[in-house]
Design a protein around this ligand. Structure first.
Ligand SMILES: [Zn+2]
Length: 267
C-alpha cells in the first residue's frame, strides 16, 4: 500500500485507488493529480491500495480485497491483511474509492445508503447515477468506512482514467480540499443537474456454463417477460420489471449482476 499526503496535518479526507489490481484507472488518476502538485485548502490522503496485484496486472493475489473487509492483522491472505491496514489508514476519513467495470462506460456512484455524505458529495461528481447497495455491501469498503465508491468506466480504458481524474477532483471540491472547478473545466461541464438513484434489489446468479451473453442495457428498464441474458444459449427471462445494474457476461465469476429499482433523484 502506498500512501501520499497533500497538505499539512491529519487528513479527514482520503482517496483510494487500486483496490482491484486489474483496474488501472484510479492509480493513473492519482499519479496525474500528484504530478500537478495542487495547492490544497485542507490535507488529503491519496492511497494506492493493492500495489502487488497492480504490478502483476491481476485483480487480487489471495482474495478479492473488496470482499475482505474488515480483514485481520495476522491473516494468511495478503488481501485480508491489507483490508485491515486500509481500514486503519482510513479511520475518521471521508473516502472516495475508485473502481472500474465491464458493465458500462457511464461513470456512476455507489453508496451503502443515501445518507448525508452521499447527498453532500454526489452533486459535485460528474455522474448522473447513484446506486444504493442497501445490504449488498458485505465485506466491501463501503460497509466499513464513510465511503462513496465510484465506477469510473470500462476497465482498462483511457476514458475510465480521464473520468477517474475528474471524479477525484469533484470529490476534493465537494470536501473543500480543492476550490470548485472553473466553468471552462471539463469537470464542470460533466456535472449533472439531477442524479437518479437506484437501489439494489437482488443478485442475478450465473449458472455454470461456458458462454454467457447479456441483452439488456445497464440502468435501462427491463420488463417482465423480456429476455435479458443467456448461458450456453439458454435464455434468462425477467419475472418482474427491473433495472439492471453492474450487468455483464464475464464481470463476476458467479453473478451476471444485480436487479435494482429506481427510487428517485437527489436534488
Ligand atoms: Zn474494483
Amino acid at each position: 500500500m502506498q500512501v501520499y499526503q497533500l497538505g499539512e496535518g491529519t487528513p479527514e479526507v482520503a482517496v483510494v485507488a487500486g483496490i482491484h489490481g486489474d483496474e488501472p484507472c484510479g492509480p493513473r488518476a492519482v499519479e496525474r493529480l500528484l504530478a500537478t502538485e495542487p495547492t490544497v485548502e485542507r490535507p488529503v490522503k491519496l492511497v494506492v491500495a493493492n500495489e502487488e496485484a497492480l504490478e502483476r496486472g491481476v485483480r487480487y493475489l489471495d482474495d478479492d480485497l473488496n470482499r475482505a473487509f474488515p480483514g485481520s492483522a495476522d491473516a494468511e491472505s495478503h488481501e485480508r491483511r491489507l483490508a485491515y491496514d486500509l481500514v486503519n489508514e482510513l479511520r475518521d476519513c471521508t473516502v472516495l474509492a475508485l473502481h472500474s467495470t465491464q458493465s458500462t462506460p457511464r461513470p456512476f456512484a455507489v453508496a451503502d445508503s443515501v445518507d448525508a455524505v452521499a447527498r453532500a458529495v454526489c452533486p459535485h461528481l460528474p455522474v448522473e447515477l447513484l446506486v444504493e447497495t442497501a445490504g449488498f455491501a458485505e465485506g466491501r469498503l463501503i460497509d466499513h468506512a464513510h465511503t462513496i465508491e465510484v465506477e469510473c468506466g470500462l476497465q482498462g480504458s483511457d476514458e475510465a482514467a480521464e473520468n477517474a481524474y475528474d471524479l477525484i477532483r469533484g470529490f476534493l471540491a465537494a470536501t473543500g480540499v480543492l476550490p470548485a472547478p472553473e466553468s471552462t473545466d471539463r469537470l464542470d461541464a460533466g456535472l449533472s443537474d439531477e442524479v437518479s438513484v437506484f437501489r439494489l434489489a437482488d443478485k442475478i446468479p450465473k449458472p455454470p456454463a461456458d458462454e454467457y451473453e447479456v441483452f439488456a442495457t445497464n440502468f435501462e428498464s427491463v420488463s417482465a417477460g423480456d429476455r435479458f441474458a443467456a448461458y450456453d444459449g439458454e435464455d434468462l427471462v425477467a419475472e418482474v420489471d427491473f433495472y439492471p445494474v453492474l450487468l455483464s457476461p464475464y464481470g463476476y465469476p458467479d453473478l451476471f449482476g444485480y436487479t435494482a429499482e429506481r427510487v428517485g433523484t437527489l436534488d
